[in-house]
Design a protein around this ligand. Structure first.
Ligand code: GDP
Length: 137
């Protein structure tokens, strides 16, 4: 059993497809162990994406992530990190495989519908960033 962090980004929340995205996870063997809708602050977004601080798109990424509410979730299941990445599709939705979340719900490389942890270690840190123990069931 593994856990991973998923974020439904502001573009997908604005499109009213939270339920459709959650269904992808539940229909593919992942369980929602925690979930909340929230508005990130500039400091939240900067801290969450600190590994990208030196990248040219960092400013745009932070601006986008605070442009509206997000839904943060802990997904649980066998190989949850890899399974979630597979369901998400490639970072650039134009390169994402047919039937993936990004191919179906995302418009561009910045407005790309979802975030998913890329390793078990990052998942642990990202889950701790958003959730207290009592919020995870
Ligand atoms: P992910 O793990 O697939 O989300 O991709 P990364 O961790 O590499 O990048 C984090 C996020 O930064 C992505 O989901 C994109 O929203 C954004 N991003 C990555 N590369 C680019 C880029 O070249 N341009 C822009 N505008 N955004 C990018």
């Amino acid at each position: 059993m593994e856990s991973t962090l998923s974020i439904i980004k502001p573009d997908a929340v604005a499109k009213n497809v939270i339920g459709k995205i959650v269904d992808r996870f539940e229909s593919n063997g992942l369980r929602i162990a925690a979930m909340k809708k929230m508005q990130l602050s500039v400091d939240d977004a900067k801290a969450f994406y600190i590994v990208h601080a030196s990248r040219p798109f960092y400013g745009e990424l932070v601006k986008f992530m605070i442009s509206g509410p997000v839904v943060v979730m802990v997904l649980e299941g066998e190989n949850a990190v890899a399974k979630n990445r597979e369901l998400m599709g490639a970072t650039n939705p134009k390169e994402a495989l047919k039937g993936t979340i990004r191919a179906d719900f995302a418009e561009s490389i910045d407005a790309n519908a979802v975030h998913g942890s890329d390793s078990a270690e990052n998942a642990k840190n990202e889950i701790e960033f958003f959730f207290s123990r009592r919020e995870i069931n």
